[in-house]
Design a protein around this ligand. Sequence first.
Ligand SMILES: [Zn+2]
Length: 594
Amino acid sequence: MTATAPREEQLWSRCTGCASLLYRKRLRRNLDVCPECGAHARLGAPERLRQLVDPGSLRLLPDRLPEADPIDFVDVLPYPHRLTAARASTGLAEAVVCATATIGGHPAVLAVMDFRFLGGSLGCAVGELITRAAERALDDRSPLILVTASGGARMQEGALSLMQMATVSQAIAALREAGLLTVSVLTDPTYGGVAASFATNTDLVLAESGARMGFAGPRVIRQVTGRALPEGFQTADFLLRHGQIDMVVQRRSLRGRLTALLAATRTGRPARPPVPRQEPAPGHERLADDGSTVAPATIPPVGEGRGASAGTPTASADPAPAARDPWDTVRVARNPGRPTTLDYLDSVFDGFVELHGDRLGGDCPAVVGGVARLDGRHVMVIGHQKGHTTAELVARNFGMSSPAGHRKALRLMRLAARLGLPVVTLVDTPGADPGVGAEEQGQAAAIAENILTLTVLPTPVLAVITGEGGSGGALALAVADRVLMLQHAVYSVISPEGCAAILWPDRSAAPQAARALRLTAPDLHRLGVVDEIVPEPAAAAHDDPTETARRLRAALLANLLPLLDVPPAMLVRLRRQRFRRFGAPRTGARAGAR
Ligand SMILES: [Zn+2]
């Protein structure tokens, strides 16, 4: 559009804040901040970098990765077409630009997202590039600065895009361990999976004036609550008032503020030996060769290993589901008759003692947790709780955790680590609570901290997707050494209805979206997101809860016992390798043939 627009139009631009017609050169001189009303226009990554770093100091990091379309996603357009169009219109390879530079003379590594590129969405390549930038910061012993602008995870890459939240978070965790500063600069807009991971689990969170940040978008919240949103909801000033960010910064002051913060961290800190960084995931190459299998982390094998049926006590039934339409599986996964976490605590575990509260003012009923025994061994169990009746579902907020629920889970995870107890999580949630209160209390940061903490937890973590694994709310309990999934459960970056509403003309395309998202257990097992499928009795778990419990118990034991002998440091290293491998784009035969 711009390229063919008449020259006259290129000279002028209209402010989105006050609608003033502004001379473009004057606007650019003013850093794209409207001189009339102060509205901060969105910046592309190259212009942002130009404004932030010292002249002549910028060194771009490589941004070329193999082409990837890991789940062959097609909505009304094939995903590769959307990628090609985004590249053509932005001139960028992906939705992030990474570089080393100095700011006020202080060296730093920067990763700057660009909203123009598919809404700044977090896909495998973006996750990989930011992770590499973080690893570069670790190697250089430099601070890492992330400038975020994103609508969330990239739906077209399914659950693999969800995994990027863990991949980048563990890279941030490594910088924390090395005593290196991480700073995020929220720019407009920052939402979803980016908000609920590296935008908020950094040491410092700055928000540019006018930026909005949240876990759930305003449209979704209005839809769910049916109410108008409070004035200024999710704006930088709102975030500051609710204790979620360190400061709101005008664009013209951003460079100065970063300079001051970088200067403060460069003094007085004793030099520490570099922490050995994570080894590149051994799975990368095998992923690239094969496109259908993923190398397992080298955790001692369970029987024959990680196949859905091989050698485990769950092998008695055929785990290969009949070719059920994914939309039917979604409906089975949501069946209110399915066993809930409390049902499993009764049938799979013994001696459950529930522990309550986040110690910060709340006890979320959508998350239950406490100590229990599994075949005589003490474990910490944490899970989402739904219910069987409407009254139960309402009382448990449909299994949608508030920030208090995530903070309760966090407290119990840390307690488990201190006590040397393995953690077993049972995941069954449509997603994290998308309410006004949840946003006020920092839903994004609460999820982000859980994800990061799970990447460093020095005790075995075993996650089971028992029903619905909905997006970031599910991942907040599912960064684990082994991820199991009941045969008719689903696990997805977004609900099929939500995906349909965004990528198709309307929500009635949910069944098509369910097929495109690759959210079933066999799909996710093939992609390596899930290590083992726990077969359900015919026709599904709710038809025979006793048999389901017996199979789940056997699968838990078979997967947990080998983890108990792994030294904590190795456990954490292997867990990080497990999630690091999702960072590499898959170059299957299809992509390789291009
Ligand atoms: Zn204006």
